[in-house]
Ligand binder design. Structure first.
Ligand code: TPP
Length: 328
């Protein structure tokens, strides 16, 4: 969580210094969702992410060096400068794409869920087929409260429920879709209730409590792995900053912001670790320092990476392998 927080704070500084072209959508405040959820996943699982995706990529094992290089639009970036902040993907880590289209990652995860269900069947009949190694995989998709109004959300839940696909739909309800508070775009309060329309479980987690997110997503993952189908998980959380870096967020009441700053997931988890004598102050300080050091090196790496040559724009545009084999 600390790595995500500091990665984002530094990204904001670097953008103000002109290193990062385009928009940045800070994840600060929501770290417990990415970390708690990804801690419940294994190497055969897939995730899809959103425009607010740096936290998901880091929690899934993303390397800050390649992430900053991608944000800087440099050749050593995860996607060789073709993705930028909003579209980081890395198949080895099971990250099948962050997505600037609101709700865009949801049906992609359902496609991955279908491939994983097929992997289970392949494992039964052809255990030596390399695709069989994903037989225990689940697909997780992160999205916001705003995205839960998209048609793609409903179609995806419907199909995943009908086909009992191993998919976990994780809605990060940070109470705003851009500048619109949730009560102005939905009549419901708990987005998890939408699961009942598709006869699947709808669970609610405290999105500022990393252990609670881990507990709830672990349950959903266990169900998915056992063939019981998808779960909708709603994590109640808050973004500390504006919708994008540069948005001052004045549309939010001061008391609301103060309440959620007090519920900061990192501050509270630190308190818990200290109160339970699981960590000492010194150990936590050492962890902070290690993060600073890692990010220092990551920024230097990204700065040293060259920009791609113009002719590289046409590389990696089409996949050459078809027949459902590209993903697995
Ligand atoms: C299909 C589509 N419509 C509109 C937008 C513009 N847009 C970007 S982010 C955003 C709000 C998304 O809100 P939410 O899903 O709650 O995610 P959050 O930003 O809160 O993480 C909108 C409307 C877009 N990128 N894609």
């Amino acid at each position: 969580m600390v790595l995500i927080r500091r990665f984002e704070e530094r990204a904001a500084e670097l953008r103000s210094l002109g290193y990062i072209p385009g928009f940045l959508h800070p994840y600060i405040g929501q770290e417990a969702v990415a970390v708690g959820a990804c801690a419940a996943l294994g190497p055969h699982d897939y995730i899809t992410s959103t425009h607010r995706g740096h936290g998901h990529i880091l929690a899934r094992g993303g390397d800050p060096r390649y992430m900053y290089a991608e944000l800087f639009a440099r050749r050593d970036g995860y996607n060789r400068a073709k993705g930028g902040s909003l579209h980081i993907a890395n198949i080895e880590l099971g990250i099948i794409g962050a997505n600037g289209i609101v709700g865009g990652g949801i049906p992609i995860a359902v496609g991955a869920g279908l491939a994983l269900k097929q992997a289970r069947q392949i494992a039964v009949h052809h255990p030596d087929d390399p695709r069989a190694r994903r037989a225990d995989g689940v697909a997780v998709t992160f999205f916001g409260d705003g995205a839960s109004n998209q048609g793609a959300f409903h179609e995806s839940l419907n199909l995943a429920a009908l086909w009992r696909l191993p998919v976990i739909f994780i809605c990060e309800n940070n109470l705003y879709g851009e500048f619109t508070p949730q009560h102005k775009h939905q009549t419901i309060r708990d987005i998890a209730t939408r699961a009942s329309s598709y006869a699947i479980p709808g669970l609610i987690a405290d999105g500022n409590d990393v252990l609670d997110v881990y507990r709830v997503v672990s349950k959903a993952a266990e169900d998915a792995r056992k063939g019981r189908g998808p779960t909708l998980v709603e994590c109640k959380t808050y973004r500390h900053r504006g919708h994008y870096e540069g948005d001052m967020g004045q549309y939010r009441p001061a008391e609301e912001v103060a309440f959620w700053l007090e519920a900061d997931p990192i501050k509270n988890y630190r308190r818990l670790l200290l109160a339970g004598a699981i960590c000492t102050e010194d150990e936590l300080r050492a962890l902070d320092q290690a993060v600073e050091q890692e990010l220092e090196e990551a920024v230097a790496f990204a700065k040293a990476s060259p920009p791609p040559a113009p002719e590289e724009a046409l590389e990696d545009v089409f996949v050459e392998s078809y027949g459902g084999r590209a993903l697995l």
